[in-house]
Design a protein around this ligand. Sequence first.
Ligand SMILES: Nc1ncnc2c1ncn2[C@@H]1O[C@H](COP(=O)(O)OP(=O)(O)O)[C@@H](O)[C@H]1O
Ligand SMILES: [Mg+2]
Length: 347
Amino acid sequence: MARVLLVFGGQSAEHEVSCGSAVSVLRALETAGHRVIPVGIDREGAWHLADPSLDPLRAEGRPVSLLVPDGVLSVGGQTVGFDVVFPVLHGPRGEDGTLQGMLEMSDIPYVGCGVGASAVTMDKDMTKRLVAAAGIPTAPWRTIRRREWDADANAVTEAVAHGLHYPLFVKPVAQGSSIGIARVEDAAQLMSAVSGAFRYDTRVLVEQGIDGREIEVAVLDGPRASLPGEVVLQDGWYTYEAKYADDTSQFITPADLSEADTKTVRSMAEAAFELFDLSGLARIDFFLDRSTRKFFLNEVNTMPGFTSISGFPKMWLATGMTYDELCSGLVEAGIRRHEERSRLAIR
Ligand SMILES: Nc1ncnc2c1ncn2[C@@H]1O[C@H](COP(=O)(O)OP(=O)(O)O)[C@@H](O)[C@H]1O
Ligand SMILES: [Mg+2]
């Protein structure tokens, strides 16, 4: 039994997604006998002791603060101790190493990837550079910095489109849930999509569109890959609406793949887990190109959607694990990783 500080909400565009994931995790950990202290970060960045009975959880309630470097929670002048943090936060300021860095400063055990792995995999440009350097296929891309764009948007658009073939995908380097992403078919659309993506970041990725099936793999420490899952769309691409707001997408587990393809994509996912030195969990997303039948790594998510019907848990369910076992296992892995690292020499 552990006292788990469940941190959710956050100042990212995926705030609501996190509130939905957090309630499932909370119920599962309680069922497994853990004591859960839910703390919601609101959109302004303030921390609250949340009401555990709500579904989805809401980032409101009595104000609390995490005392750094003491590593305790302060609630109305009282301090509350805990053993481990489960950051069910998606996107910037949660999944990107920032919260993890704060926890490291207080020597607090936490679930999931460390600072470096979280930061690098949140950044789609860094991710693709490392993936490409390791010889893992990824869609060809260019990255535009705001400075270059501001200097001469027309010249940059022309240079970027050269050597890539429409349709292209335009993405802010560090977002999630398809926020700020656009599919474009010509130079005019490209101009407006890049300028739109700069609302979210100072670097924007322009990527070759792949006509492929969307295959995902859930990975745990080991690395141990689940059976793959597949996002099946009625049409178009996997937009925010298709992810959360409408019924036009389905998640199929296990994905209908040949034995050889299943084996290939699982071992690519395990290789990526090691490449980025991930820990705890990750969902690694691929495209299976319809014409070449080759897998391309699209992205790495270190805190994937975690409701009981999200892809990550579903893939583990299909591989023979229950949702409760999954959540408890992650808490134990977080504590174990901290113990292991505590034994390292500091001088
Ligand atoms: N290169 C690409 N080719 C085809 N579709 C893409 C490509 N990149 C992104 N997409 C579509 O956009 C969706 C979101 O892109 P992704 O890079 O996964 O961003 P996010 O981190 O927001 O999930 C994908 O699931 C896919 O449907
Ligand atoms: Mg994605």
